[in-house]
Design a protein around this ligand. Structure first.
Ligand SMILES: *Cc1c(COP(=O)(O)O)cnc(C)c1O
Ligand SMILES: [Zn+2]
Length: 415
């Protein structure tokens, strides 16, 4: 038995019994009626001492099984999802003058992004509901993670991506054997078409903010951060924001731990978008309802003009006492270089947007340099080589002769 009590609509508060095929609140509809999974915290408290988790030999998100909405007996993919490293890179902390800065490198998941945490839950739920085909639309990483986890689980996938998705992510989809539908339009167009197709063919739905279980996977990044910091919660957790599910998941994870008494404070959240597509940052800073925005940024994973989970994301940031900020694409490329050169960690543009946002907020004094901060790097840079080269420049071209090499290195002052 799992510890799920039921589902609660975040819009109207109605409580529903978890059931196959139930995704969103029937009263509020698919746009607003996002459901939150409720747990029996008393039962977790009674039956799962914290030390049991600390001593677990399961170095994946499933070390937190009592906090997950899956049956312990359901088969799981063999891929290792989660338990990604939390680093304190010395050269980066020196460069920024932030001695208590940590990087959670979620690019080290099986398909190289944080989305694996959600997709692994999706394929398990699909099997629990006896489904054999699973579908989603995605800016890229939800797609490649679903394709990889479904391949590991033996499920068929239909994946809808916008035409602009970077080649590395599309290559992943094809290698994992997904049926890839490249929609010549925006992410919103891809989302709409996938919803119609899912309805038409009755596939299992892994769409963000529709399927209530995905965020339960994403929250494990917060559970890991807490455990890896020996349950000393940081002052801030920084994460980039597209649909808003990731930041909502981070908040849910810390809430869970607080509810069972494993931590005694909650972090503030800093949500970061690109100024080329910042509907949620604008809504937050102007304290108004969000409005659709253009998708005009190199950070393709957070180029979400019509976010699917705005209410939950904005509420998470507000409830945490945190804030939001938009950074330029130039700042994002700077952050990519900075992270690479000072830490050996290679993030994709959306993966390093959080670091760019943090730098800005320390610069303007909202976050103090001596605070304890965790930045989540949400995706690996090899997924999008084109932007990396734009950030880092070209190699030194030489003829195959030592003389030419000496000349070129001299010219650059390197030897
Ligand atoms: C999906 C994604 C995000 C943002 O997550 P949302 O749930 O869409 O807010 C950030 N970074 C990367 C690399 C992603 O793939
Ligand atoms: Zn409702």
């Amino acid at each position: 038995m799992n510890n799920v009590l039921g589902l609660r609509c975040i819009h109207c508060g109605k409580e529903l019994e978890a059931a196959p095929g139930l995704y969103t609140c029937p009263m509020c509809g698919t746009r607003d009626g996002i459901l939150d999974v409720m747990y029996d915290y008393l039962n977790i408290k009674k039956n799962t001492p914290r030390r049991q988790v600390v001593h677990s030999q399961d170095y994946s998100i499933f070390r937190y099984l009592p906090f997950l909405p899956v049956e312990p007996s359901t088969p799981r993919p063999h891929l290792r999802v989660g338990w990604t490293p939390l680093y304190r890179p010395p050269a980066l902390t020196r460069n920024l003058g932030m001695p208590h800065l940590y990087i959670k490198d979620d690019g080290q998941n099986p398909t190289a992004s944080l989305k694996d945490r959600a997709s692994v839950i999706a394929v398990i739920k699909a099997v629990e509901e006896n489904m054999t085909t699973i579908a989603c639309s995605s800016t890229g990483n939800a797609a490649s993670s679903l394709a990889g986890n479904a391949a590991a689980m033996g499920l068929r996938t239909f994946i809808f991506v916008p035409g602009r998705a970077p080649q590395g992510k599309v290559a992943q989809l094809l290698i994992f054997g997904a049926n890839v539908i490249s929609v010549q339009g925006s992410y919103n167009d891809a989302f709409r078409l996938s919803a119609e197709a899912i309805e038409r063919w009755g596939w299992y739905n892994r769409n963000a903010a529709i399927n209530p279980y995905l965020v339960e996977g994403k929250k494990t990044v917060a559970l890991e951060i807490a455990e890896q910091m020996d349950w000393e919660v940081p002052d801030w957790v920084v994460v980039s924001v597209g649909d808003g599910c990731t930041i909502a998941g981070v908040w849910k994870g810390f809430q869970d731990l607080y509810q069972v008494g494993w931590i005694d404070k909650l972090p503030k959240l800093l949500g970061v978008q690109s100024s080329g597509c910042s509907p949620l940052v604008d809504a937050f800073l102007e304290n108004r309802a969000w409005r659709p925005a253009e998708e005009n940024t190199i950070a393709d994973s957070i180029a979400v003009g019509v976010p699917r989970n705005p209410e939950k994301a904005l509420r998470a940031v507000r409830d945490s006492g945190g804030t939001m900020v938009a950074v330029s694409d130039a700042d994002i490329l700077d952050a990519m270089r900075l992270l690479g050169r000072t830490s050996g960690i290679f993030g994709e543009p959306a993966g390093v947007a959080g670091l760019a946002g943090l730098k800005y907020m320390v610069g303007n004094g909202v976050i103090r340099a001596d605070e304890k901060v965790v930045v989540i790097v949400t995706g690996n840079g090899l997924k999008d080589v084109q932007n990396a080269i734009a950030a880092a420049g070209e190699p030194i071209k030489v003829e195959p002769s030592l003389d030419n090499l000496i000349e070129e290195l001299k010219r650059r002052g390197l030897a």
